[in-house]
Design a protein around this ligand. Structure first.
Ligand code: SF4
Ligand code: SF4
Ligand code: SF4
Ligand code: FES
Length: 706
C-alpha cells in the first residue's frame, strides 16, 4: 500500500491514504464538513457547494467532497470566509423552499434546518413568489414534495448505485427541476425506502410514517428484522406501544444503512385486525375465547394424559421463533414428551454443507474449515462471488446489496448461474443461464466457468434449495477442486431458519448437529400419521396440506392460519418485535432481539411453553424459561455457540463456529423446500402486512392500465 499522505486540517496533523477526499479525511478526525450532495460510498456530485473549505495556496474556496488529500496540504473548515459562503449557499437553497418545518416530517432531523440554524441568514432577501407544485404520490410507499427538494441527487445515487434499480432521475431545468419516477407518473421499484431515508430534507416521505409523529416523541429500539434470513438490524421507532417506523440510520449491525421494504416498513403485520389476543379452545366444534389459565389447563391435562396412556406426540417448530424458543421446544419434546418427532420446514440444506465441508477437512492446502462459511461482511470484502440458483435481489436483498457494493468499491468479480436473468448480470464477469433448476444443469454451467474461477484468488459460493443432499457435496468438491480458498453460503428463507436447524428442531439431529439415537418423523410424515397430539409452534404446515389427522392439535400463532383454524387449542403468541432472545441469520451470525412493544393478550412462545411445563408439573426438568437463562444454556451446551457475549450484548453480531466432524445422517432428498419469497411476500407474515399487500395491489393495477 502506498505511504499515507500527511496534511493539516483545522490545525490537526492528519494522515490519510492517497486518493482520500478531504471531506472523508476530516470526518475520520471527527471534523464534520457540512454536505448535502456528498454521501459516503457514492460517486461525488459536487452539486450543492455546502462543503466549501479554505485550502492554503489555493486561490478560491474548494469543495472538500471532490478534493483529494495532498502532501503538506493545509485545510481550514471553519473560517469567516467559509461561514459566509455557506450562508449564501443556504440562501439560494431556501429561495424556493417552503417554510413548512412545523408540518414537515423531517422537522427535528432535517439537515437543511440544522445548517440554516448554524450558518443561515436571519432573514431572506428574496421577496418573489415561490414556485409551488403539489405533492405527488410516486408509489404506495414513496411521496415527493418538489418545493422542498434541494436537488442534492442523493436519492438518485442510492437508487442507482446502492440498489442497482435506477428508478429516479431529474427532469426539467432551473427552478422547475425536480425528481421524477421511472414510469412517468409513478414508480416501480424495490420500494426499499432508501431514497426517503437518505433525503436530507422532507422532499421524499414515506406513506407509512408521514404525519404520524415527531422523531423526538418516539422510543428507538434496535432489534433484528423478522422477515428474511439476511438478519438486518432495524431500529424501530415506537410510541404508545405502536411501531411507527424502522430504519438503521446509526449504521449499526451487519447491514450498515441498508433495509429492504420488509425491514423498513413491513413490521405492520403486528397490529393487523386479525391478530389473536386471547386463547381459543374448541368447544362443541367451535373455537371459543377463554382465559389463559383455562387454555393452559386444557393443554397440560391433555399432555399429561397422553404421556400416561403412552400416546404419541409430534412437534413442529418455526423458522421465526428465537434460538431460545427452539432450544426449549426440542428439550420439551425430547425430555418431557419423550419424542423425536420434531421438525420444521427446512428451506436450505445447511446440514449437507456442514457435512461436506467436514469431508474436506483433510485437504491441508485449504487450511481447515475456519472461515469456510462466509459472513455477510465477506460478501463485501472477498474478491470473487459466485451465485448458483438464486435471485438474490428478490430473495436476499441484503446479500445482493453487499455484492453490489463490493463490485462498486472493490471491483469484485461476480458470476451468476441461474435459470432467469438476475440483477447481478449488469455487472457480472459471466452470467450463465440454465434451462431448468436441475443439479445436472447447474454443474454443466459451473464446468463452463471452471477456467475463469480457477484464475480467481478467492471465491464465495452462494447456493439455494436447487442443490440438496449429495448435490451440495458435489458443489463443495467442485469448489475445492479449484485450488483456491472458497467459502460458502447455504441460502435459507427466514429470520431464524438457520437457528432452528442449529438448535436441533429436526428429527435426526440434536442441538449442535449431534445425531439423534432414534430419528423421528419429518413434517410431512407427522401430518399424515395418527399422532395422539400434534403441537405446532409458529408454523402453518396445513397451508398446503389436507386436513389434520392428529387426535389433538395445539397451535401457538399470531393469526388464525389454516393450521390454527383446525386446532383444538390456539395460544396467541408474540412476534419478534415483542420479545427478547437471539436469532441466527443465514450466514450463521447470532444477533439479539430487543422487545420494542407489548401487544395485549399475546405472550412470547418461550413463556407459553414455560407455562405449559409448569401446569404439567414438568418445569423443573426444563429449567428456567427466561431467554437469558436459556441462551446461557445454549452457549454452554450447543457446539458452535460458545460465542462472546459482549459482541451481541452491545447490539453486534457474533459468528457461530464451524463444526468439526462429519454429520452422519441419511441424506434424504426432498426434505428441503424454499418458499422463494420475492421482495413483497414473506410467508404468513407477508399475508398480514398492509404495506406489502398495497404494493402488490398497485403493481396489479398498473399492469392492468397498460
Ligand atoms: S424506494 Fe428504493 S428502489 Fe424505489 S426509488 Fe427509492 S431507493 Fe429506488
Ligand atoms: S428528493 Fe431529497 S434526496 Fe432527492 S434530490 Fe431532492 S432533496 Fe435530494
Ligand atoms: S433483507 Fe431481509 S433481513 Fe434485511 S430488511 Fe430485508 S427482509 Fe429484513
Ligand atoms: S457536498 Fe460538496 S458540493 Fe455538495
Amino acid at each position: 500500500m502506498a505511504d499515507p499522505v500527511k496534511l493539516t486540517i483545522d490545525g490537526r496533523e492528519v494522515h490519510a491514504a492517497p486518493g482520500t477526499l478531504v471531506i472523508g479525511a476530516a470526518k475520520r478526525q471527527g471534523i464534520e464538513v457540512p454536505a448535502f450532495c456528498y454521501y459516503e460510498g457514492f460517486i461525488p456530485k459536487a452539486a450543492c457547494r455546502m462543503c466549501l473549505v479554505e485550502v492554503e495556496k489555493m486561490p478560491k474556496l474548494q469543495t472538500a467532497c471532490t478534493l483529494p488529500v495532498a502532501e503538506g496540504m493545509v485545510v481550514r473548515t471553519e473560517t469567516k470566509q467559509v461561514a459566509e459562503a455557506r450562508k449564501y449557499m443556504l440562501e439560494f437553497l431556501l429561495t424556493n423552499h417552503p417554510l413548512d418545518c412545523p408540518v414537515c416530517d423531517k422537522g427535528g432531523e432535517c439537515e437543511l434546518q440544522d445548517m440554516t440554524f448554524r450558518y443561515g441568514a436571519g432573514e431572506s432577501r428574496f421577496t418573489e413568489l415561490k414556485v409551488h407544485t403539489p405533492e405527488k404520490q410516486f408509489s404506495p410507499v414513496v411521496f415527493y414534495d418538489a418545493p422542498r427538494c434541494i436537488l442534492c441527487y442523493r436519492c438518485v445515487s442510492v437508487c442507482d448505485e446502492g440498489m442497482g434499480v435506477n428508478a429516479l432521475g431529474v427532469v426539467n431545468r432551473g427552478v422547475v427541476s425536480e425528481i421524477a419516477p421511472n414510469k412517468g407518473d409513478h414508480l416501480e421499484c424495490d420500494e426499499c425506502g432508501a431514497c426517503i431515508d437518505i433525503c436530507p430534507v422532507g422532499a421524499l416521505t414515506s406513506g407509512i410514517y408521514r404525519y404520524q409523529t415527531r422523531p423526538w416523541e418516539m422510543t428507538h429500539v434496535g432489534t433484528i428484522c423478522t422477515h428474511c434470513a439476511d438478519g438486518c438490524k432495524t431500529t424501530l421507532g415506537t410510541r404508545n406501544d405502536r411501531i411507527i417506523r424502522g430504519n438503521n440510520r446509526d449504521r449499526s449491525g451487519i447491514n450498515d444503512e441498508f433495509l429492504c421494504i420488509k425491514g423498513r416498513y413491513a413490521f405492520d403485520f403486528y397490529d393487523h385486525p386479525d391478530r389473536l389476543q386471547a386463547p381459543l379452545v374448541r368447544m362443541n366444534g367451535k373455537l371459543e375465547e377463554v382465559s389463559w389459565s383455562q387454555a393452559l389447563d386444557t393443554v397440560a391435562r391433555k399432555f399429561n394424559e397422553t404421556i400416561a396412556t403412552g400416546g404419541t406426540f409430534g412437534v413442529i417448530g418455526s423458522n421465526h421463533t428465537t434460538n431460545e424458543e427452539n432450544f426449549y421446544l426440542q428439550k420439551f419434546a425430547r425430555q418431557v414428551l419423550r419424542t423425536n418427532h420434531i421438525d420444521h420446514q427446512r428451506t436450505g440444506d445447511v446440514t449437507a454443507l456442514l457435512d461436506a465441508l467436514s469431508g474436506q477437512e483433510s485437504n491441508a492446502a485449504l487450511s481447515g474449515k475456519q472461515g469456510r462459511l462466509a459472513s455477510v461482511a465477506d460478501l463485501y470484502e472477498r474478491k470473487a462471488i459466485l451465485v448458483v440458483g438464486a435471485d438474490l435481489a428478490l430473495e436476499h436483498p441484503l446479500l445482493s446489496y453487499q455484492i453490489r457494493a463490493n463490485y462498486r468499491h472493490h471491483q469484485a468479480h461476480v458470476y451468476a448461474v441461474t435459470t432467469d436473468p438476475v440483477r447481478e448480470d449488469a455487472y457480472s464477469v459471466a452470467s450463465v443461464r440454465v434451462g431448468s433448476p436441475a443439479p445436472s444443469e447447474y454443474f454443466a454451467a459451473l464446468e463452463s466457468l471452471r477456467d475463469k474461477l480457477k484464475a480467481e484468488s478467492e471465491l464465495v459460493i452462494l447456493f439455494g434449495d436447487s442443490l440438496q443432499g449429495t448435490s451440495v457435496g458435489r458443489l463443495v468438491e467442485f469448489g475445492e477442486s479449484l485450488g483456491i480458498r472458497v467459502s460458502y453460503v447455504c441460502l435459507v428463507d427466514y429470520s431464524n431458519s438457520r437457528g432452528a436447524i442449529d438448535m436441533g428442531v429436526t428429527p435426526e439431529l440434536l442441538p449442535g448437529y449431534k445425531p439423534a439415537e432414534q430419528p423421528g418423523m419429518h413434517v410431512a410424515e407427522m401430518l399424515s400419521a395418527d399422532l395422539s397430539v400434534l403441537w405446532v409452534v409458529g408454523s402453518n404446515p396445513l397451508r398446503l396440506s389436507a386436513a389434520r389427522k392428529a387426535g389433538f392439535l395445539l397451535v401457538q400463532d399470531m393469526f388464525l392460519t389454516e393450521t390454527a383454524s383446525e386446532a383444538d387449542v390456539v395460544l396467541p403468541s408474540a412476534c419478534a418485535y415483542e420479545k427478547t432472545g437471539t436469532v441466527t441469520n443465514g450466514t450463521g451470525e447470532v444477533q439479539r432481539l430487543k422487545r420494542a412493544l407489548n401487544t395485549m393478550g399475546a405472550k412470547p412462545d418461550l413463556e407459553i411453553m414455560g407455562f405449559i411445563a409448569r401446569e404439567m408439573g414438568a418445569a423443573a426438568a426444563l429449567g428456567p424459561w427466561s431467554s437469558e437463562a436459556v441462551f446461557e444454556e445454549i452457549r454452554q451446551t450447543v457446539r458452535g455457540y460458545q460465542i462472546p457475549l459482549a459482541a451481541i450484548a452491545t447490539g453486534g453480531a457474533a459468528q457461530t463456529a464451524a463444526l468439526n466432524g462429519r454429520i452422519s445422517v441419511e441424506k434424504r432428498p426432498g426434505l428441503v423446500r424454499s418458499d422463494h419469497n420475492g421482495l413483497f411476500t414473506s410467508g404468513t407474515l407477508g399475508r398480514y402486512s398492509k404495506v406489502l399487500n398495497s404494493v402488490l395491489e398497485s403493481r396489479l393495477e398498473n399492469s392492468s392500465r397498460r
